[in-house]
Every structure is written in C-alpha cells, then in structure tokens.
Design a protein around this ligand. Structure first.
Ligand code: UFG
Length: 333
C-alpha cells in the first residue's frame, strides 16, 4: 500500500459508487471518513470500518471534519446524477454539483488537503464525433449534468495550478453491477439506469423494460454503452490515489471504461441468460438527449495508473446486480 499519513474523506460514501469506493479503500488498508447528507444515500450502506459524519459537502463544518480526521485526500462522489432532471432543473445541478463542489474545494485548500479525486462523466463529451472517445476529444456537453461536471474539472485544473494540491478526474462511462461479496449495490430509489431497471424487471418489480430507440446507427439500432463493473471502477479510484500520492504536482483526467460496448438488446439478452427467463421488451422512441454510442478509449488510464480491470464480463455484472437486487427486495420486505 502507498501510505497516506491520514484519512481519505469520501463524499457521497453512503451512495452507490461512493460506498463501493469506501470498500475498495478499506480493503486496500486506507482509513476512511465518509461525509454524506443522506438525501439519496443510506447510512447502512457505509461499511462499519469507516467513520461517518452526516453533513453536506458545502457546509463550512466540513473544515472541522478535515481537521478532526486528519484528512489527506478527498474522493468526491456526492452530487446529483439524473440527466433528464438536469434538463428540467438546471440550477439544482449547478448548485449541488458545481457550486457545492466549489465550496468543498475551498475547504480542502484552506485545510491544505494535498489530493483530490473527482467523479466525472462521459457526459462531458456530449454527442461524440467518434468512438472510442479519448480524453482530448471535444467536450461539448448536451445537458446541464455534463456541464456541471465539466465546470468542476475546470475548477480543479485551476486550483491545482495555484495551490499545493494535485487531482485526478475520472470520467466514468456506464457504471453497473454490485460488490461481488454482496456488501453493497445500487439501492437508489427510482433509478433510471438500464441494468438496474432490467434486474428490477427480472425480480418482478416491473413488468417490462422500455427500449429507448431502435433506429440508432449501431449494429442492432439500439444504444450502445461501455458498461463498467462498479468494483473495478472503485479500484481505479484507489489506484489513482496511489498515483497522486507518489507524484505530487501531477494531475490527470482519465476515461474509466473497458473500451467495448453492448447494445440495449444485448444487455437484455444477457439478463435473460442469467435468469433463464425472458424480460418483456417494449420498443419505444428515443429518449431525448441520448447519443447512439458511448465507448471509452481507455488506453490512457491503462498506462497511467496501476489498474487492471478484473470484471469485464457483462453476465458477471448482471449477476452481481441481480444478487444485490434480490437482497434489497428482502430488506424492503
Ligand atoms: N435505456 C433503455 N431503457 C431504459 C433505460 C435505458 O433503453 O429503461 C437505454 C438508454 O437509452 C441508453 C442505454 O440504455 O441507450 C443506457 O442508458 P442509462 O440510462 O443506463 O445510462 P446513460 O448512458 O443514459 O447514462 C449514463 C450515466 C450518466 C452519464 C451518461 C453519459 O448514467 O450519468 O451515462 O456517460 F452522464
């Protein structure tokens, strides 16, 4: 383990991706303090080995948390993540993502936190001119969600140039699955993501799955995405942290995906194979703002950080998501 003389503060650590990052950090031997306002997260999702403080990232009290827990790195997951909602309520996204993060970064700078890892997104690219997409391709977000994250990337770039902090922005592609040991998973109420929706259908929570668009320029006409297992993504954060510790003064922006895509119909077929049942597909028109294909060029992340994806297997991703969904159904009675 690359040593850090203090704790890692994980914002949004009671949420889906954040709770998996907490597990990966603890499993790697780091000490963790989670902050979360529990608006969408669940306190039971925070591993008992981590300290937990219920506070919003923009609260000035975060500076006390940083001091009290001797925080030496921040992994920032907290934020709003629903793309269509960002279109209807853009100011919520500029408040919860951009403005709240500005205050968090200010707290970090004031307390001299040397490392910052940020949850960015492929939505910063908008509709790509080519796939796979590489980091230097044009960033023209087509929704306020993507713009709110891109603005944060710009803030971090400028802050790292002005203050003794380095950072890594990880641009996630489509995150799915659950901890293979069943310790966490996606519990979000009212989730809109394809694999989550499909496993809800497989467990009887829904009757069918809508297929949004069948006329894209893809192999079967449905949208193609680069689905990444959440535990691989969490491990990428730990590897990024090690790099930031080992190379102070160097910052990075990296795509996080496997570099291959599956269509909506291929995903639903995989769910059928795993469950031995057939989900009803309802073919529909396109969802506004959906690009046809988003696949990462992941060559930069593979050569920059010490990360070897271990779970690049669509059926495995579906199986872990399904196991968690069943557990969640028991919990919710
Ligand atoms: N889809 C369906 N039916 C559904 C849900 C989704 O057909 O019920 C389709 C979508 O149209 C798309 C694909 O499945 O083609 C994946 O959709 P998701 O909603 O699962 O994910 P997105 O690609 O829209 O969004 C994800 C992240 C965003 C991020 C975006 C761009 O959730 O946070 O990728 O990287 F901004």
């Amino acid at each position: 383990m690359t040593a850090l003389n203090g704790k890692v503060m994980v914002t949004g650590g009671a949420g889906y991706i954040g709770s998996h990052a907490v597990l990966a950090l603890l499993d790697a031997g780091y000490q963790v303090v989670v902050i979360d306002n529990l608006v969408t997260g669940f306190d039971w999702a925070v591993d008992g080995r981590a300290a937990f403080v219920r506070i919003a990232v923009e609260d000035p009290g975060v500076r006390d948390v940083i001091r009290q827990h001797d925080v030496k790195a921040i992994m920032h997951f907290a934020g709003s993540v629903v793309v269509p909602e960002s279109v209807s309520d853009p100011l919520k996204y500029y408040r919860n993502n951009t403005a709240a993060t500005r205050t968090l970064i200010e707290s970090a700078v004031a307390e001299g936190v040397p490392h910052f890892i940020f949850s960015s997104t492929a939505a910063t690219y908008g509709t790509p001119e080519r796939v796979p997409i590489s980091e230097n391709d044009p960033k023209v977000p087509i929704n306020p969600y993507g713009m709110s994250k891109l603005m944060t990337e710009f803030m971090l770039r400028d802050v790292s140039a002005a203050h003794p902090m380095n950072h890594c922005c990880l641009r996630y592609f489509n995150v799915a699955g659950a901890d293979p040991e069943g310790r966490s998973g996606q519990s979000t109420i009212g989730a809109t993501h394809l694999i989550k929706i499909a496993v809800e259908a497989a467990t009887g929570k829904r009757d069918s799955v809508g297929v949004f668009g069948t006329d894209f320029e893809t192999r079967d006409g449905t949208g193609v995405r680069d689905y990444v297992h959440v535990s691989d993504l969490a491990e990428a954060h730990v590897a990024a942290l090690k790099l930031l510790i080992d190379q102070p003064g160097e910052s990075h922006v990296l795509n996080c995906g496997y570099g291959r895509g599956f269509s909506v119909l291929e995903v639903l077929d995989a769910v059928d194979r795993v469950t031995n049942r057939t989900i009803e597909r309802k073919l529909q028109g396109r969802r506004p703002g959906d690009p046809g294909e988003l696949v990462a060029d992941n060559s930069a992340i593979l050569k920059t950080i010490d990360w070897t994806p271990k779970r690049d297997d669509l059926e495995g991703i579906v199986r872990d998501a399904l196991t968690w969904e069943r557990k969640l159904a028991e919990r919710q009675g």
